[in-house]
Design a protein around this ligand. Structure first.
Ligand code: DQQ
Length: 543
């Protein structure tokens, strides 16, 4: 359906329309499983080869040299055994010290029981890892007593225990408590379930796609999954089946006791911070030994109707991979930032300096075509006005406070992207400052989709949350715009928001970018705005 083709992205990974043998298959992309092997990044994803909706799940496979330009390869694994008859579900790779790969994945059996299975590359000398063999002794794990047969999935990458064994965790629930079980193994053939939980949180329900990894509090490099010791915190992430969001928390992992404890119990897994306050799910990280960094990749679901997905013949895409580091300044969150390779797609740029945004103003930025952009912008709010304000909007909330159309004392202000000339359509990325009666400032970072599309069958939300801003810091944002996706990162990646949007007017040559300020109590200066046109990736195969 060519009419919907403009929704396809230029530099975000998405399934192909034509899959295998040139046949016109439909596709549905699900969760992520990256891995680096012999010079290639591998991506295995949950994929429906026969429809643009969830079902018939197999492992799609793509490879890349740079995490940006991807080559589609044949399906890696399909349901051809009783133990994965109802789907080859999410798994994780562990690279052993000798360089070999062990893949543990969840199979949904012929009776829809969730079990864990082993798979290996058929030819380890093949850098493209095209063929996979399933272990003859599968399944290697079945749901243990007390765990529901449909609540046992998504094993993590394994890490080394003090006794030299491997450990990994699997998500589940007990009643409405989200839990993580830990297994230990020396050979990936025989496993022992350890007592207790790595962690659990009441009321958070089933934990899908758990991720568990160390971050350094002192150095910038990422860490291999097995690293622990001084100056290290562990991130625990769970994808909550209940609300389909990815939550994380920072804490400490006691290897001896095999227990993880959150730094701040009020911001525990599933009740505190999210990787992303927009659409972002089933993400996973991997340690990229090639560039000594930890890379996070998330699955971005559609927010239009299933009917439209079927009409356009594909559904879902991946965000841009993000480097994850501990935020040494706030010490309370991670920083997520698009991998630097994305900058290789930057074409020409335009710069705009010191643009004053008076209260109520909207300023167009003439950048030409505005469907594939990388934008960085820094804002300063008039400090006199800020000091003069007594207290404002203490109970502000991105989702319920009128979005970009609202007029507060110290917000909203920011950018309109994927907007048409008359702004009948626009997606708004903005800041909003609330000031307590104690003079403390609280800055919100939000994305308003409510006017993002004339179409009526799409979900249009106002997303967002608080973003930490330290004394003396300016407000900064980076936005990746790619036809039907907007990824926004505030303050170097402390708070992130991804939106799927479906403009009908702000497409092709009609898309524009504007600055705006709706704050009634202060003028704002966009001290520096830099906008790059972005190249497309799909016409740059690397194999
Ligand atoms: N989707 C997979 C599961 C996982 C869920 C099945 C995450 O393995 O729990 O397609 O969305």
């Amino acid at each position: 359906n060519d009419m919907l083709d403009w929704q396809r992205t230029g530099f975000h990974f998405q399934p192909q329309k034509n899959w295998m043998n040139g046949k016109h298959y439909f596709s549905f992309l699900f969760s992520s499983r990256p891995l680096f092997y012999k010079g290639w990044y591998h991506f295995f994803y949950q994929y429906n080869p026969v429809g643009a909706v969830w079902g018939n799940i197999v492992w799609g496979h793509a490879v890349s040299r740079d995490l940006i330009k991807w080559n589609h390869l044949p399906l890696a694994m399909v349901p051809d055994q009783w133990y994965d008859y109802n789907g080859v579900w999410t798994g994780s790779a562990t690279i052993l010290p000798d360089g070999s790969i062990v893949m543990l994945y969840t199979g949904s059996t012929n009776e829809s029981v969730q079990v864990q299975n082993l798979a290996f590359p058929a030819d380890p000398s093949d850098p493209l890892l095209v063929n996979w063999v399933k272990y003859a002794g599968n399944p290697v794990l079945v749901p243990p007593p007390g765990i529901g047969i449909k609540d046992f999935r998504d094993p993590t990458t394994a890490w080394v225990a003090p006794n030299g064994n491997w450990r990994f965790t699997i998500g589940s629930r007990v009643g409405t408590t989200g839990v993580s079980l830990v297994y230990e193994t020396s050979d990936f053939l025989n496993y022992t379930l350890l007592d207790g939980w790595l962690h659990k949180v009441n009321g958070t329900g089933m934990w899908e796609c758990i991720d568990f990894y160390p971050v350094s509090t002192t150095i910038e490099n990422g860490l291999d999954t097995s690293v622990n010791g001084p100056n290290i915190k562990h991130v625990m992430k769970a994808s909550l089946d209940n609300d389909k969001n990815d939550y994380y928390a920072l804490g400490t992992y006691d290897l001896e006791r095999n227990v993880w404890t959150p730094d701040n119990p009020e911001l525990d897994v599933g009740i505190g911070m999210r990787y992303d306050y927009g659409k972002y799910y089933a993400s996973k990280t991997f340690y990229d030994q090639n560039k000594q960094r930890r890379v996070l990749w998330g699955w971005i679901k559609e927010t239009d109707s299933e009917r439209s997905d079927i009409a356009k013949g594909w559904a879902s895409l991946q965000g841009v991979p993000r480097t994850v580091v501990f935020d040494k300044k706030t010490k309370s969150n991670i920083l997520q930032w698009p991998v630097h390779e994305i900058e290789s797609l930057r074409l020409g740029n335009k710069m705009f300096n010191n643009i004053e945004l008076k209260s109520g103003s909207v300023v167009p930025l003439n950048v030409g075509k505005a469907t594939q952009l990388d934008i960085t912008a820094v804002f300063e709010i008039d400090s006199k006005a800020l000091e003069g304000v007594a207290g404002a909007d203490v109970s502000y909330n991105c989702s319920t406070s009128n979005g970009a159309a609202g007029k507060g004392v110290l917000g909203p202000f920011g950018l309109l992207v994927l907007a048409d000339e008359s702004r009948s359509e626009q997606t708004v990325v903005y800041f909003y400052i609330a000031k307590g009666n104690d003079n403390n400032l609280k800055t919100f970072f939000c994305t308003d989709e409510s006017r993002s599309s004339k179409a009526s069958d799409v979900d249009k939300q106002i997303y967002g949350s608080v973003v930490p801003v330290l004394d003396g810091e300016k407000l900064s944002v980076r936005i990746l715009v790619d036809h039907s996706i907007v990824e926004a990162f505030a303050q170097g990646g402390r708070t992130c928001i991804t939106s799927r949007v479906y403009p009908t007017k702000a497409i092709n040559n009609n898309a524009r970018v504007f600055l705006f300020n709706n704050a009634t109590g202060a003028s704002v200066t966009a001290t520096s705005v830099k906008i790059w046109q972005m190249n497309s990736t799909f016409d740059h195969p690397q194999v």
